[in-house]
Write a protein that binds this ligand. Structure first.
Ligand SMILES: Cc1ncc(COP(=O)(O)O)c(C=O)c1O
Length: 409
């Protein structure tokens, strides 16, 4: 007999904590015979496992290094790793900065949580794209924000309309942050054009709010690179310490997600506050993992980028050509220039959520229905396909199977 648990009086913020629908689909990945386009995870065959093994052995094999690598360490993060990141941000991303502008986080996911904690009082407004990265909503939700949509291309929203809507929703509430994944977004795979980047920064200036730039996917397969939001703002304001952009990066997609190492680059006063939050949350990210990540990044980062980019480019191409050959009329999809995802839609009125169950049961193929990525329950006909895990022949086969499900709907 099922026992009903007498739940305690949780905090109000717990009401907005929900299990992600995506986790349900991720469970399907390991099902034998199933071709999954659901998970947004890197191909483990690309992890530099030997370099990690050698680095852990080196660090633990030297008694002096082992002692400090197994010890508590500072909340900002391992200094040589922060210096390495500061150099790369300066050189590759046009964000001149020093280690004082860098904090190490447990993946960029932790950075989103900490930024929510730092910026959002209950009722404050966070501007997010529709659809957006579900993990960002999960990170921000416990701080009880109100969401408003980032301006679309043809939007007639003015800064005043955002400020008024925010103040009307809760007394004293403000627009506190704008969250964007400008390159190869999750779930849409889209890249923000330069003009839209400039418009977003101008809007943030008018609203006097921070811009959270999530760069989980930086590697480009084709097309022209766009400047990061942080580089544009730093150029405009004269220095990272005068910038309103909080730039979040991660080693998850290029090296390996398991060590949970990401970073924040921001004005030093913002970083100092985030460090206090880090201290309270978990004191610091794993010392040995940071030491090892520093060694592996210094050794392999550039070759890993080349390897990961070549592999995912091939799979993206396989997916786009399979979609073009197999999909019935009325199905549309994006053509991403990087990242992990193709975003697609069924003809109006069709429900990607209902059809995924048939796809799994009848054709052993899975994807993520798009509704999960919207804050307002729309997106019924949308779905997300990840191309990073299946091989090109599996992609060809899986897209063919999916097309049969959609053609019969
Ligand atoms: C847009 C985006 N941001 C952040 C993350 C979190 O990555 P991590 O915490 O591993 O750095 C992900 C993971 O899929 C993502 O897609």
């Amino acid at each position: 007999m099922a026992v009903s648990y007498p739940e305690p009086h949780y905090a109000r913020r717990a009401e907005r904590m929900r299990a992600s629908e995506i986790r349900e689909y991720l469970k399907l990945i390991d099902r034998p015979g199933l071709i999954s386009f659901a998970g947004g995870i890197p191909d483990p065959a690309l992890f530099p496992a030997e370099a990690f093994a050698a680095a852990y052995a080196r660090v633990l094999g030297d008694p002096a290094t082992a002692k400090s690598a197994l010890q508590y360490s500072i909340s900002e993060g391992y200094l040589p790793l922060r210096q390495w990141i500061a150099e790369r941000m300066t050189r590759d991303r046009g964000i001149p900065c020093t280690a004082d502008n860098v904090m190490i986080t447990a993946g960029s996911q932790q950075a989103l949580d900490f930024i929510g904690k730092l910026m959002l009082s209950a009722g404050d407004t966070a501007l997010v794209a529709a659809p957006t990265y579900l993990g960002a909503l999960m990170a921000f939700n416990p701080y009880e924000p109100r969401y408003d949509a980032l301006p679309m291309e043809a939007s007639n929203r003015t800064p005043a309309s955002y400020a008024d809507a925010s103040a009307a929703a809760a007394p004293g509430a403000r627009v506190k942050l704008a969250y964007a994944v400008p390159d190869f977004a999750n779930p849409t795979g889209e890249t923000m054009p330069l003009e839209e980047r400039r418009r977003l920064l101008a809007l943030a200036d008018e609203l006097d709010c921070v811009v959270v730039e999530d760069t989980a996917y930086t590697e480009r397969f084709s097309g022209d690179p766009q400047p990061s939001l942080a580089s544009l703002d730093v150029a405009d304001k004269g220095s990272v310490d005068a910038s309103r952009v909080i730039h979040c990066g991660t080693f998850s997609k290029v090296l390996a997600p398991a060590l949970r190492i990401g970073w924040v680059v921001a004005a030093a006063p913002i970083v100092r506050r985030l460090v206090l939050i880090k201290q309270a949350a978990d004191l610091h990210s794993g010392t040995i993992d940071q030491v090892v990540m520093h060694q592996v990044a210094a050794e392999t980062y550039d070759s890993q980028i080349a390897k990961v980019t070549a592999s995912y480019r091939e799979r993206r191409d396989a997916m786009l050509s399979a979609l073009a050959r197999h999909m019935p009329a009325g199905v549309h999809w994006s053509r991403p220039e990087g990242g992990m995802f193709v975003w697609a839609s069924l003809p109006p009125g069709q429900d990607a959520g209902a059809l995924v169950e048939r796809a799994v049961a009848e054709q052993q193929v899975a994807y993520v229905p798009g509704r999960a990525f919207f804050t307002d329950g729309t997106g019924t006909e949308c779905f997300r396909l990840s191309f990073t895990l299946p091989t090109p022949p599996q992609i060809e086969k899986g897209i063919g199977k999916l097309a049969r499900v959609f053609a019969a709907a």
